[in-house]
Design a protein around this ligand. Sequence first.
Ligand SMILES: [Zn+2]
Length: 178
Amino acid sequence: MTASFKKSKLGFGLAVLVPIFFLFGIGLFFEQGIIIPVKGPAPRDWNPASFWSPVWGASGVHKGIDIFTPRGTDALAAVSGLVVFQGELKLGGKALAVLDPKWRLHYYAHLDSAAVRAGEWVSQGSVVGKVGNTGNARARPPHLHYSLISLIPRFGRYSGQAEDWKLMFFLNPADYLG
Ligand SMILES: [Zn+2]
């Protein structure tokens, strides 16, 4: 009795874990293009030079890109993945993070509102929230702060710039946007 109970529990655990590991393992071998994570006719309204711009207030170096767009514009999932964080941060304001199958985190900050919760799976292009200027962006016009963070260190990217060890983790979205 006890043995079969343990066995079925183990079976259930494997049924959940194996697809997750399979998905996140196999993801490493496929290139999933990233889309610009806001809806609109001119979503390329961002300055690619804003990535790794030094002296960016309390955050130090600017570790992402800012996409300026009217308040309430839909923020979109740049790729498909699992929402691993959704909440309110001092600097980021209303923020969320999506983990993709290539072990990269997609971080969205200064949202007016979030449309997804931690634990949800989002598909590329689906609405994850509305653009705003929450957190330390209150004094600035509404924009989406978007960071792309590799959980697997990219050792070749160590370059000698300010806070440069973090460049092994923070990728420039401009290099991946399709
Ligand atoms: Zn920013």
